[in-house]
Every structure is written in structure tokens, then in C-alpha cells.
Write a protein that binds this ligand. Structure first.
Ligand SMILES: [Zn+2]
Length: 168
């Protein structure tokens, strides 16, 4: 995706994201209130308090086709467990007690924060286009960190890890 094309669809996409977050405010809970035992060891209290989670089915997917991005139709129709927009992630009810899924989406929250919405969405769209969902760099980073979290009790600083991997 060229920067020119991105510049065209970024404003309506960001509008859609902001409207989606505003509509979910009444049912959003802070991740800190979910009382997961291990998340506090990997993220700061501030991050857990400021990140919100919404349990919902279906997940709100951006209307990319109607924005003229027909080549992302597969992503739009994809069957995902969760999706993150800025400081809020949306999870299917099946994931509401899954700490690993919460961890994965929190990695995306850090990516959104460090890159900012414009660079996050540009990188995400390009990653999706060039490598597909699972191998796209921002997803691969979240899946690798989730695997490390799920398979070992070794504690690592996720915010630092993401910053390093993003080259910031
Ligand atoms: Zn992900």
C-alpha cells in the first residue's frame, strides 16, 4: 500500500475506530479489574488500568471493502478471537477467561501506543498485504510473545521488548 493510498483511507478508518470505541464505552471494563494473576508481572499497573476489554460477538471489524479496500475482504471476514483498536481490545466470549489471549492483545495495545494510530495502521496494512495475517510483523511479534508467556514462567518486560522489536 502506498503512502498516498493510505492517506486516503486513514481518516475514515480512524473515524470508524473512534466511533466503535465510543459505542463500546458503556460495556468496556479495565483489564486491571479482570484479576488475572500473571499479567501484572509483564505489564505496568498503568497499562492494565488504562487498557479496556469488551467481550462481544461478533467482533467489530472495519468495513474495509466499503472503504474501497476490497483486497482486505478476507481479513474483514476473518474468524478471529480478538482485535485491538488503540487502547481497547474486543474478545469473543470464548476468550473472556483466557489470560494468553489477553496477553496477546495487550502486546497490540503497546504497539498502538508506541507507533501511534497512523504508523500502526500503515504497518499493519502493509504487513497483511505482504505477508498475510499470521506472518505479518506486528502479528508475528504478538504471537511470539504470547508463546513465550504461555510456555514459560520467565518474566520479561513486554513494553521494552516491543520497543526494541519496533526499533524505537
Ligand atoms: Zn493479534
Amino acid at each position: 500500500m502506498s503512502p498516498e493510498e493510505f492517506a486516503k483511507f486513514y481518516p475514515p478508518l480512524l473515524d470508524w475506530i473512534r466511533a466503535t470505541l465510543a459505542a463500546s464505552t458503556p460495556v468496556a471494563q479495565s483489564v486491571a479489574t479482570r484479576a488475572f494473576a500473571r499479567l501484572l508481572l509483564y505489564f505496568t499497573e498503568k497499562t492494565l488500568a488504562s487498557t479496556k476489554v469488551v467481550i462481544i460477538d461478533p467482533l467489530p471489524m472495519p468495513p474495509l471493502s466499503s472503504m474501497g479496500l476490497a483486497r482486505f475482504a478476507d481479513f474483514e471476514r476473518g474468524n478471529f478471537d480478538g482485535i485491538t483498536y488503540i487502547d481497547t481490545f474486543f474478545l469473543k466470549p470464548s476468550q473472556s477467561n483466557n489470560e494468553n489471549t489477553h496477553f496477546h492483545e495487550l502486546v497490540h495495545v503497546i504497539q498502538w501506543r508506541l507507533l501511534g494510530p497512523d504508523r500502526f495502521l500503515f504497518s499493519y496494512a502493509n504487513g497483511l498485504e505482504c505477508f498475510g495475517y499470521r506472518q505479518s510483523p506486528l502479528e508475528a511479534m504478538a504471537y511470539d510473545a504470547e508463546t513465550a508467556f504461555a510456555s514459560s514462567t520467565a518474566i520479561f518486560n513486554v513494553e521494552k521488548l516491543v520497543a526494541e522489536k519496533l526499533g524505537l
